[in-house]
Write a protein that binds this ligand. Structure first.
Ligand code: DQQ
Length: 507
């Protein structure tokens, strides 16, 4: 692909048009006009407008010195691309990248609090990274940003701590002070979030660790040696700490719920946030309806070469509304605004599935929402076959096993192109890609399984009974891998209903 840059907003429409025919490119998930995107940053709603900033490399579909891209929405569904908001300043603390951070409204002054990154190549070929906390403000409605002359406002982790890495400030207001958590890890101990307070976002005092994990504990979730992109907020009577687990590379997202008092957090629960391998580095806002809305980065699951050749990389998840139950379990719902994208609708009749695969020829599952409700019956396994070719040679299997209560997504037969992280895959990173992902979803007696599946080119997001999310990326090789089938194995299951809506493009 001829080199494209997203530095010039006048080119945005042409870039989107140029990539529009790529069938792996989503139609109703946000992604930049072209090139690389990773974490959501600086999410905020001001004057009714949702602002989404994101980690962006504007010169290629690969990771590079990070900028902050920018898009806005009035309805959480349709987005307008705006010019790049932040770029590295040569010689400054963010010379090698404006890394992740947040946005706050400081008495009417929109302010970014973000990670500056400097990279120093070492004689042994390694790179020493120096990460600090910087701020920037805007006086023109969040378009142009001025970096503060005092940057970095926090030059690095407290010197008394033996830290692994240090980045990704998340700031909130408590009374008359600002509080900030920053992701880090204590060598040999575990991931940690370091807590600071400030009156003015410029002078910060370190208050100790809000909470530190234990790298040696594997259950219920291994939380690793370092945490990126922490999020900490009150929700429905509990406090939630969301962490992105890093271990020489990005792993997955987990969350704790528990109690917060005297600048310390005491967890009561710990679980995976998303059972897939794609969702990472999420960020949440509280909007003007009081809803806690979260977006995450749906990273690619194909080789670096395939991403560069495509000319784009990275997708933003759909906005998820979070709620917490009294036992500390998070529930997730796709923002109801997404229903405005529903177009042609098909409904399959109720049927019993008897150890069989039932293709549903009327259901087109390429850019669609599928909602299916099952009763487990006595089947050993049942579920949906997604992105299926007419002969079943390619398919992505979403399967529930009642005995174990496990929901899995198997992408081992999703596509055959080399480099797509599936069968026949080759290329950077493909060896470490798991092809079967999932988690436990215990059902109460007589509780049906309700799957809401959002299919959008290469992006799949599953909401199961609103308490398990599973996000993945698949790259079917065949243009006719657009079908959906229902199946049951080792007995029968009841498919009460299956609705499918074609989803309109947001562009
Ligand atoms: N991405 C950013 C970091 C963050 C990581 C760099 C998480 O600030 O820790 O692009 O994906």
């Amino acid at each position: 692909m001829q080199q494209m840059t997203t530095r010039d907003p006048a080119q945005f429409a042409a870039l989107r048009a140029r990539l529009a025919d790529d069938r792996h490119r989503p139609h109703y998930h946000y992604l930049p006009p072209a090139n690389w995107m990773n974490d959501p940053n600086g999410t905020i709603q001001i004057g009714g407008t949702y602002h989404l900033f994101y980690q962006h490399f504007p010169d290629a579909a690969q990771w590079g010195p990070m900028h902050w891209g920018h898009a806005t929405s009035r309805d959480l569904v349709h987005w307008e691309d705006l010019p790049i908001a932040l770029a590295p300043t040569p010689g400054g603390p963010d010379t090698d990248g404006c890394w992740s951070g947040c946005a706050v409204n400081n008495d009417g002054v929109p302010t970014f609090v973000y990670s500056g990154n400097r990279a120093y190549p070492q004689p042994d070929g390694m790179v020493k990274r120096v990460q600090s906390t910087c701020i920037a403000t805007s006086d023109d409605g969040l378009r142009m940003w001025q970096k503060h002359p005092a940057n970095p406002v926090i030059s690095g982790p407290p010197p008394e701590l033996d830290t692994v890495q240090y980045r990704d400030p998340a700031v909130w207001r408590e009374g008359d002070e600002w509080l900030c958590v920053t992701g880090s890890g204590i060598r040999g101990v575990g991931g940690t979030v370091l807590l600071y307070r400030s009156k003015d976002l410029v002078q910060w005092d370190y208050l100790g660790a809000l909470y530190t994990g234990d790298v040696n504990v594997r259950e219920p979730v291994w939380t690793g040696p370092m945490w990126e992109c922490p999020q900490f907020f009150a929700l429905d009577g509990t406090h939630v700490l969301v962490i992105s687990v890093w271990d020489s590379g990005t792993k997955y997202v987990a969350y704790y719920t528990g109690d917060y008092a005297d600048y310390r957090f005491t967890p009561r629960t710990l679980a995976r946030f998303d059972a897939g391998d794609s969702f990472y580095a999420p960020q949440a806002i509280k909007d003007d309806q009081g809803r806690r809305i979260m977006w995450g980065w749906l990273r690619e699951r194909r080789s670096r070469e395939a991403q560069v050749a495509a000319g784009w990389s990275g997708v933003m998840s759909l906005p998820r509304i979070l709620t917490a139950t009294p036992d500390g379990t998070l529930h997730y719902a796709p923002a109801p605004e997404l229903e405005t994208l529903r177009a042609a609708h098909t409904r399959e009749p109720e049927r019993v599935l008897n150890s069989e695969v039932v293709p549903l020829p009327g259901v087109m599952g390429e850019y669609a929402e599928v909602r299916a409700e099952f009763a487990p019956g006595n089947a050993q396994a049942f579920g949906l076959l997604l992105r299926r070719s007419p002969d079943g040679a390619e398919e992505t299997r979403l399967m529930f096993e009642p005995a174990s209560g496990r929901l899995t997504l198997d992408r081992s037969r999703s596509g055959t192109d080399a480099g797509n992280g599936s069968i026949g895959a080759s290329g950077a990173g493909s060896a470490e890609i798991s092809t079967v992902v999932g988690d436990l979803l215990p059902l109460a007696a007589d509780e049906p399984l309700t799957l809401r599946v959002f299919l959008d080119g290469s992006a799949i997001e599953v909401f199961a009974n609103e308490r398990l999310c599973l996000s993945e990326r698949v790259y079917p090789s065949r243009p006719d891998s657009t079908g959906v089938a229902a199946f049951a194995e080792g007995g029968s299951a009841m498919l009460y209903s299956l609705d499918c809506w074609q989803m309109r493009s947001i562009w």
